[in-house]
Design a protein. Sequence first.
Length: 72
Amino acid sequence: MEYTLAMTFLTAAGLKTTLSVSGVKSTLTKDEVNALMDVVIAKNIFKTNSGDLVKKSSAQLTQRQVTKYEVA
């Protein structure tokens, strides 16, 4: 299984923007996600067209299962 964390933030202009991180652990907790989002906002390391990330909006962990078939 592959897990992806999608974190949605509000920008200085009031628009939503999403940052996705793939390959996260399946045991990620709500507290860890909140802490990560707080760090992203505090460090201000991402630039968007609508300004700085200023507030957390939402987050979701998506599970993806891929089945590969050997074909000749």
